[in-house]
Design a protein around this ligand. Structure first.
Ligand code: NDP
Ligand code: N5H
Length: 256
């Protein structure tokens, strides 16, 4: 395997279990020589992470971070700074919306549900980018995870679509702010992948079938494909790319 990320330290947020997109990313970054640090919210996620790391012979620190809490974010990045000094990359693979908001009409979204989705899924990128920047003293690359529901109306995605639209706009504004420090900010827009967050959400199976029927590649994507594309955006190979959204979706987004 190549060493595209040798001597790069990268923070990964959002591994809940082996199915997480963030875990697919972790495997790719590890294969390419990166030193990894993980943040988690729930103790259950930390326990899963520790087992996954042991099973894959990866040595990495795990740090607690709830993206709804500024003090927790600041403490997490202070701890990361104390451990490693400089970081070169950040993977933001975190989102949350209450289940009731992910069905029925968007018009029925509650104020609390709207704020929760925006806070967890969009503002969280702004807050963590600000802290990560302090540790990116040699430049860096930040990558977040979006979905086509940011661009078009996808049934049931509702409040999360509006949060992802804010996330993608934040990618552009952050790219402009951080570009002068040699820090790039991009998003991946992944096709549907069966993960814990996707579990039990209405319409997920139908959307997977639609991709098999309509996407140019006539198949769904997996965590490894998103992992490799994220690795590219974190590596020097993508050094001229910032403020962009790269679709890893079997080409589905080009179809009418
Ligand atoms: P997972 O359930 O594996 O990951 C979601 C993660 O979000 C969990 O690790 C969870 O941590 C974390 N999280 C939620 N709220 C918080 C919080 N307040 N603070 C810290 N962490 C939090 O699902 P995915 O891998 O599917 O999701 C990762 C990203 O990919 C999300 O942004 C999602 O929108 C996006 N995406 C997913 C697609 C899919 O089809 N699966 C398609 C396109 C984009 P914990 O459990 O510890 O709280
Ligand atoms: C059109 C669709 C299907 C319908 C909408 C799904 C939206 C999913 C996104 C959010 C992140 C799911 C979510 O927050 C679920 C929670 O209410 C309940 N689950 C949890 O709390 C679990 C335990 C934890 C781990 O989850 C989180 N989030 O912390 C979209 C799909 C085709 C694609 C998809 C699933 C996109 C996406 O953004 O994830």
């Amino acid at each position: 395997m190549t060493s595209l990320l040798n001597n790069r330290t990268i923070v990964i947020m959002g591994v809940a279990n082996e199915r997480s997109i963030a875990w697919g990313i972790a495997k790719s970054l590890n294969e390419h020589g990166a030193q990894l640090i993980f943040t988690y919210r729930k103790e259950r996620s930390r326990d899963k992470l520790i087992k996954l790391l042991a099973d894959h012979d990866i040595t990495a620190k795990t740090v607690s971070c709830d993206v709804l809490d500024d003090a927790s974010i600041i403490a997490a990045f202070e701890q990361i700074g104390a451990e490693v000094g400089t970081i070169h990359g950040l993977v933001h693979s975190v989102a949350f919306a209450e289940k009731d908001e992910l069905q029925g009409e968007y018009a029925d979204t509650s104020r609390e549900g709207y704020i929760m989705a925006q806070n967890s899924s969009a503002y969280s990128l702004v807050a963590v980018a600000r802290e990560a920047k302090k540790l990116m003293t040699e430049g860096g690359s930040i990558v977040t995870q979006s979905y086509i529901g940011a661009e078009r109306v996808v049934r049931n995605y509702n409040v999360m679509g509006v949060a992802k639209a804010a996330l993608e706009a934040s990618v552009k504004y952050l790219a402009e702010d951080l570009g002068k420090y040699g820090i790039r900010v991009n998003a991946i827009s992944a096709g549907p992948i069966r993960t814990l967050a996707a579990k039990g959400v209405s319409g997920f199976n139908d959307i997977m079938s639609t991709i098999e029927e309509k996407a140019p590649l006539r198949r769904n994507v997996d965590q490894e494909e998103v992992g490799d594309a994220t690795m590219f955006l974190l590596s020097n190979l993508s050094r001229g790319i910032t403020g962009d959204v790269l679709h890893v979706d079997s080409g589905y987004h080009i179809m009418a």
